[in-house]
Design a protein around this ligand. Structure first.
Ligand SMILES: [Zn+2]
Length: 211
């Protein structure tokens, strides 16, 4: 895990908890460090059922030990004077509002719901090669909603044109619907790097709002 560069490490995802340890959202490590440096948040470290909380200064010190003994378990950011491990979870010290109630309808969540797979040919594509398709075209009254928008590759999108799947002789691999869980978090959970998020994702798991 430690083979990525500092620059890549700054883009790692960090789970944000509110003061009461409820999962709120996911941010990049860059933003997490900015909150930690200003003492607006602390690191919540957990490993195999053990927990510890660290402010920025103590996390920096703990990182030194981790660098020596278990560097492979973390991603690292190297500065001129020290190396610091990317935290996986941080907790906002003053924020006690509850997580939002529903999954936001946006491009990121749509791509995550469909797991970057074209819903017509079923193949996986890089995000840059995927578009969003109105299953029932807008001109036929199709709405821009969870159950009428799917990911489609360029080829399928062109083939379908402004028609319904039936008209185009195409079939959806899955009926689109509004996800009950937050799809972006779900995608990350499959990665070993983010396995420690699991213990914070109770019922709030499904309603985490992303920014
Ligand atoms: Zn396709």
């Amino acid at each position: 895990m430690s083979s990525i560069t500092s620059q890549q490490a700054l883009d790692c995802r960090v789970l944000v908890l509110n003061k009461h340890y409820l999962a709120l959202r996911v941010i990049c490590a860059r933003r997490a460090f900015s909150l930690l440096c200003r003492n607006l948040a602390e690191v919540v470290w957990c490993d195999g059922g053990a927990y510890a909380n660290y402010n920025f200064q103590s996390w920096k010190e703990v990182s030194e030990a981790k660098r020596t003994f278990e560097a492979h378990k973390y991603d690292w950011i190297s500065t001129v004077n020290f190396d610091i491990a990317v935290p996986r979870v941080i907790r906002l010290l003053c924020y006690d509002r509850l997580p939002g109630k529903s999954v936001k309808f946006n491009r990121r969540n749509l791509f995550a719901r469909d797991n970057s797979h074209c819903q017509y040919c079923g193949k996986k594509f890089p995000l840059s090669d995927l578009s969003l398709d109105h299953v029932i075209p807008r001109r036929l009254g199709g709405e821009t909603t969870w159950d009428n928008i799917v990911c489609a590759c360029m080829k399928c999108n062109v083939k379908k044109g402004g028609r319904t799947p039936t008209q185009a002789g195409m079939k959806l691999v899955r009926t689109p619907e509004k996800p009950r869980r937050n799809p972006v978090i779900h995608v990350h959970l499959n990665h070993e790097r983010y396995s420690s998020w699991k213990q914070f994702l109770d019922h709030a798991y499904w309603s985490v709002e992303l920014t």
